[in-house]
Write a protein that binds this ligand. Structure first.
Ligand code: ZN
Length: 221
């Protein structure tokens, strides 16, 4: 089994754990609450996916107040795609922006490694992910599932209450994977891109994914 296939067999919990570990507030989450965070993020994505199809997403882009903008270049800081709410976008509409150069880089990496992946699949996965953020922004999904805050003291003085953003990412990735019937987790595309940019980082990411898979076995991350 090659590395792509190995990653394709990791559990949704393992990928959720990788996303949670990337959250700047990860270390503030009590260890006993990590499994619940993962479960809630996954469930939010799966629940939303019950009400949507990929065709439905494309139809909604025609009929709802959300525009799909395809940019020929790359996004800032290596982002593949992004969502902007109507309140901050220049057009006054909700906007999903996809960066074509990044999508093409993912596909060319896949081709080099003999991985069957089309530009349309990559585009659909990113579109569905950002569409989930649109659903959140416009209250078309239950917000309570992905609302999770941690409370901690800063400099031993002020108590802070901060939201864990990665629960939204866990949900958006699962939503996209379900709608696109992908046999791999969308975060696996990040690993493909990393292989092109930095082999050492790609290896570190790969090892972290396998560790997360071991940690989450038996439902106890
Ligand atoms: Zn996202």
């Amino acid at each position: 089994m090659n590395e792509w296939q190995t990653l394709s067999h990791l559990s949704p919990e393992a990928w959720a754990h990788v996303l949670l570990q990337q959250d700047p507030l990860y270390r503030r989450i009590p260890a006993a609450e990590v499994p619940d965070c993962i479960r809630r993020g996954i469930q939010a994505g799966l629940d939303a996916a019950k009400h949507w199809t990929l065709d439905g997403v494309y139809q909604a882009i025609e009929t709802q107040n959300v525009a799909l903008c395809t940019e020929p270049g790359e996004g800032a800081c290596g982002i593949h795609a992004e969502y902007s709410s109507a309140a901050i976008s220049v057009s006054g509409r909700c906007e999903i922006r996809l960066y074509e150069k990044t999508m093409q880089a993912i596909v060319s990496q896949a081709q080099q490694h003999g991985i069957p992946l089309s530009l349309q699949q990559v585009t659909n996965l990113h579109l569905a992910h950002e569409f989930f953020h649109y659903l959140e922004d416009t209250n078309q999904v239950a917000a309570s599932q992905t609302e999770y805050s941690v409370s901690f003291r800063l400099c031993y003085l002020f108590r802070q209450n901060r939201k864990i953003q990665s629960l939204h990412e866990i949900a958006a990735h699962l939503f996209a994977q379900r709608l696109c019937h992908a046999e791999f987790h969308p975060l696996q595309l990040d690993w493909l891109l990393l292989r092109q940019q930095d082999e050492a980082q790609a290896k570190a990411f790969y090892d972290a994914c396998l560790r997360a898979n071991d940690l989450t076995k038996g439902g106890n991350p």
